[in-house]
Design a protein around this ligand. Sequence first.
Ligand code: ADP
Length: 429
Amino acid sequence: GGSGSASTIKQVKLERESELRIEVGNDAPLRLRLLNGTAEIFGTELPPEIWLNFPPRLKFAVFTWYGATIEMDGATETDYTADETPMVSYVNVHAVLDGRRSRAKASSPDDSVSSQGPRVIVVGPTDSGKSTLSRMLLSWAAKQGWKPTFVDLDIGQGSITIPGCIAATPIEMPIDPVEGIPLEMPLVYFYGHATPSNNVELYKVLVKELAGMIERQFTGNAESRASGMVINTMGWIEGVGYDLLLHAIRTFKANVVLVLGQEKLCSMLKDVLKSEPKVDVVKLQRSGGVVSRNAKVRQKARSYRIREYFYGLSNDLSPHSNIANFSDLFVYRVGGGPQAPRSALPIGAEPAADPTRVVPVNINRDLLHLVLAVSFAKEPDEIISSNVAGFIYVTDIDIQRKKITYLAPSAGELPSKYLIMGSLTWLET
Ligand code: ADP
C-alpha cells in the first residue's frame, strides 16, 4: 500500500487452551509476534516479542496453554480464535510417548526390544491433520531433548523434501514454524509419482528400503533408538491405500497407531492388529482448524514445494543452470519397461512388465520439464536400493547438439551420473 494506507496492526488476546487460526493472504506475507504470555505454533514455542514473517498462503494456529497476547501485522485470508481444540488429548499422547522413551533409554542397549523407543504412525484421511500432529509430537519430543526420527511416507504432500519421495530425517530441535523441517541431509528415496497407484509395488519396495536403512541406523545409535520415530502417511485409506497403510505399519514395526478422525479405519485397524503383539491403536479427534485442500490446491502446493527446493522459501537460494552432453548422463525409469509382444505369449496371457525393473531411457524431448532424481547408486542395478542426493529440473533438450540444460541447486558436477525419471513435472512460473 501507499504511504497513506491505514495501519494493519492488530492485537489478539488468547485465553488459556485456545488458539488463533490463521490463513495468510495470497499475495503478501504476514508478520506476527508474541507480546506477552506463552504460545506455540504446532508444538514450537514462540520467542517473546520477536517479529516472525509468515509467507503467503501458510495456514497455521498459534496455541496457548496459559494465555497470551499476539500482535499481527498484514492482511490475512482468515483469522479467528477457537477455544475448542484437541490439544489436551494430543499432549497426553506425547506424555505417554515420553514415558516410553525414558524407559527405553533406561534399558540395557543390548536388549533390542526394551531399548527401542515408541514407533508412532499417524493415519487418517486427507486433511485430517496428520502432518500437523506428527509435527507437534516431534517438536514436543525435541524440546525435551529427544532426537526422534521423522519418517514421511506421503508422496503427495510430504514435508521433508519434494513430492514423489519418501524420506526420513532426525529432528533435533523443535521445528521452525516458518522454515519447517530442516533440509540438511535427509534420507530420501525417489518414487517419482504423486500417487502410489502409478506403481504400488515400487512404493512398497521403497518403504522397505527406507525402513531397513533406519533400522540399521538405530542399531548403532542408542539415542535415536530410544527416541523412536513418528511416521506420517498418505491420506489414501481405502482399498489399496488401506493395504499400503498396513504394509507401512508392519514394515516399520510401528507400535503406536494414531488414527485421526475416522471411526471405521480405527476399528478396522484394531481388528486386524489385535493378533499382533503390543500394537496400540488410538483414536484421536481431528482439529476443527485443519484446512481442507481440493485437488487443484494440492497440485499447486506440489508445484510450490518443487520451487522451494530450487529457489528457497523466500527466493533466498540461487540454483544453477548447467549444460551436459547426452553421453555424460544416464537416465533410468523404474517399471513399465518394454513388454513382450502379445504374439510371443501363450494364448490368454497378459503381457506383464516387472514393476521394479530398471529401464534405461533415451534422452529426448520427453524429458523436458521433468524433475529427475540424482541417485547415489554406483551401478544401474543399485538404483532401487539407493537413496538420492537431490534433484535436477530439465529446462532444455537440444537434440542436434546432443546437449541437456538443467537447473540444479548448485553449480559443478552432479554427485552421480545416474538419474531417475518418473512422471513428476514442473512448470517454472
Ligand atoms: P493432512 O496431513 O492430514 O493432510 P495437515 O496436517 O497437512 O493435514 O493439515 C492441513 C492444513 O491445515 C495444513 O495447511 C495445516 O497447516 C492446516 N492446519 C492444521 N491444523 C490447523 C489449525 N489448528 N489451525 C489452522 N490451520 C491448521
